[in-house]
Ligand binder design. Structure first.
Ligand SMILES: [Zn+2]
Ligand SMILES: [Zn+2]
Ligand SMILES: [Zn+2]
Length: 100
């Protein structure tokens, strides 16, 4: 029998990791060092590391999360300001970065 629980949005519990950051580079840090290319850029909102997205062959943004456990990133593409939590696998509203 179906139970009708009150619908609750999944909530990210890592917002306290968010810091005011300066982008570490204007491209993927590691790809620039390797002379490689990327598809899209993501910036870690804990330390400012700029890495490439999961559509890029080197997936440096995700590798950065696995290496550091920094959970929160924001798109670093021009005109994009959405965020993402790697732990909760949740898209984050840009308002979570307001005032940071
Ligand atoms: Zn989270
Ligand atoms: Zn990269
Ligand atoms: Zn980081």
């Amino acid at each position: 029998m179906a139970q009708h629980h009150h619908h609750q949005e999944p909530v990210c519990t890592h917002l306290d990791q968010i810091q005011s950051v300066t982008p570490s580079a204007q491209g993927c840090e590691e790809c620039l060092k390797m002379g490689d290319t990327w598809v899209h850029l993501r910036m870690c909102h804990v330390c400012g590391h700029v890495g490439c997205c999961d559509s890029s062959k080197n997936t440096h943004a995700t590798k950065h999360f696995h290496a550091t456990q920094h959970a929160i990133m924001q798109s670093f593409q021009p005109g994009e300001d959405w965020g993402y939590c790697f732990v909760d696998q949740l898209m984050l509203d840009p308002s979570v970065f307001a005032g940071k």
